[in-house]
Design a protein around this ligand. Structure first.
Ligand SMILES: [Zn+2]
Length: 88
């Protein structure tokens, strides 16, 4: 049984944490997104719900939020994902 591996990346403003989790025995990688509770209260939940509902009615995609990462973080993620997906 191989160990589960994790790589965490944070948005530069601190609003969101994305955790990449590798389950090598089950042959999949999971992305877990954590939202900082402080930032999540800044936008109106009703306003967001209505925006999402309207986009759904129109059959359009809805962007939930942006996650901004630095180039060095992108490089780290790409290296980790390359390691996790290398053929053995
Ligand atoms: Zn942010």
């Amino acid at each position: 049984m191989k160990a589960i591996e994790r790589k965490v990346v944070r948005c530069v403003c601190g609003c969101t944490v994305v955790e990449f989790v590798n389950f090598p025995d089950d042959d999949y990688i999971c992305l877990e997104v954590y939202e900082n509770a402080f930032y999540s209260k800044h936008e109106s939940m009703l306003k967001n719900y209505l925006k999402r509902l309207w986009k759904a009615i129109c059959g359009k995609e809805y962007s939930l939020f942006d996650i901004v990462i630095l180039p060095e973080n992108a490089k780290e993620i790409s290296q980790v994902l390359a390691e996790w997906t290398e053929a053995e």
